[in-house]
Write a protein that binds this ligand. Structure first.
Ligand SMILES: *Cc1c(COP(=O)(O)O)cnc(C)c1O
Length: 406
């Protein structure tokens, strides 16, 4: 799954080209940089690869989300509807612009349930933020329809689904804006980095300024001549990180090809088991196949299978998100207790403390039975087969034991 598995001479060459000039900053130093503009080049490559008009690189996927929300005018007291299963960055970004994260249930797509979204809309709702988890995608037709009916903004957190598509369009390019993360474990990496993609020039221009202290970048070669039409931050990417990304973006096609092949073979092996079912994928053609996510009939069986995978030392690469404190609401005590270092606003604090009492039974019923297997890029046919067959043996063993004691 992670692009770093395919690191090679290409990444080194790109980084060395930056080191030859010594200019590590993406703006300015027009003379000494001798025509090397890695960040600009990567932004163009991302537009070409993923089919969007504008791309603004950032220092991380988290800052990309924050930047997108600022550019979309989301702020104090606004409610952003997001799923209970995601990465902590999604609510961190909402909180960072002063808005209120409203967490709702997922369905068997492992992404936002459109029914839960409808039920959560209030007069403060401003944005719906699907998170395309584990390489696949949310039901974007249904979510777009809801946004249209209620005049809401659709912001796609596509950080985990680089290269996935929905009905022919790349995820991350379908909403008003979308983000990718290029952190170390993503489908393509810069080491650290992210991007906001949009087809709207005004949103792009705002992202461009926001990530660089509000600079309008109209001062030519003299940064001191730039104006500051609005407040910003420093969420810039460095030229070294962008250089890695340039080598990696050229490998995305290959990564997807390997993932699709390995995913389909592993799925075939697990399909032998009548008790195993698979995640619902709104557009199966568009799955980037970074993970194979599968369900067992009950939480009890799933826990026993996870324990046995661990006992046999083959849990690595198999994720039981239900017990994981990065990805699922159940273990986000810091969020539910509103533990922040700075003072939260009253609407934020009230909403977070209310999460302690909110139940997520539909999400629990799905996540407690779900295991996601990360798809390796370097697996040999033999390794893949062995891995799949060991997993099948573990599940069979657990099922037999449970039948025997029932
Ligand atoms: C990785 C990730 C992010 C944040 O990316 P960073 O680059 O690590 O800040 C946001 N959302 C999701 C769903 C992610 O998986």
């Amino acid at each position: 799954m992670p692009g770093f598995e395919l690191f090679g001479e290409e990444e080194k060459k790109q980084v060395n080209e930056v080191m030859e000039t010594g200019i590590l900053m993406r703006y300015g130093f027009d003379g000494p940089r001798k025509g090397v503009w890695k960040s600009k080049e990567l932004e163009q490559a991302l537009c070409d690869q993923f089919g969007c008009r504008y791309a603004q690189l950032t220092s991380s996927g988290t800052s990309a989300l924050t930047t997108a929300m600022a550019a979309l005018g989301i702020g104090y007291g606004d409610e952003v509807i997001m799923p209970s299963f995601t990465f902590v960055a999604s609510f961190e970004a909402v909180l960072s612009v002063g808005a209120v994260p409203v967490l709702v249930d997922i369905d068997e797509t492992l992404t936002l349930s459109p029914i839960a979204v409808r039920a959560a809309i209030t007069d403060k709702t401003k944005c719906v933020m699907p998170v395309h988890m584990c390489g696949s995608m949310a039901d974007l037709d249904a979510l777009q329809q809801i946004c249209k009916e209620h005049n809401l903004t659709l912001l796609e957190d596509a950080c985990q689904s680089i290269g996935a598509s929905y009905k022919g369009k790349m995820v991350g390019t379908i909403g008003a804006a979308g983000t990718f993360s290029f952190d170390f474990v993503k489908t393509m990496t810069c080491g650290e980095g992210g991007v906001v993609m949009t087809n709207d020039k005004d949103i792009y221009t705002k992202c461009d300024g926001y990530t660089d202290h509000g600079h309008d970048h109209l001062g030519g070669a003299d940064r001191g001549a730039d104006q500051h039409p609005f407040l910003g931050y420093n969420y810039r990417i460095s030229e070294l990180h962008a250089a890695i990304g340039l080598a990696q973006v050229k490998k995305v096609g290959k990564v997807l090809e390997i993932q699709k092949k390995n995913h389909s073979q592993l799925k075939e092996i697990l399909s032998q088991l009548a008790e195993v079912s698979f995640r619902v994928i709104p557009d199966p053609e568009g799955d980037s196949c970074t993970f194979l996510s599968w369900f067992l009939p009950t939480e009890e069986i799933t826990r026993a299978v996870v324990a046995e995978l661990k006992a046999q030392n083959i849990l690595a690469g198999n994720f039981y998100w239900y017990d994981n404190n990065w990805h699922y609401i159940r273990k986000w005590d810091h969020l539910k207790n509103a533990v922040a270092l700075h003072r939260l606003s009253d609407p934020q604090k009230d909403a977070l403390l209310a999460l302690e009492k909110k139940t997520f039974a539909p999400s629990d019923a799905i996540m407690s039975r779900c295991i996601s297997t990360a798809i390796g890029l370097l697996w040999t046919e033999e390794q893949l087969k062995q891995k799949g067959e060991k997993m099948v043996e573990v599940v069979k063993g657990v099922l037999n034991k449970m039948k025997a004691t029932a």
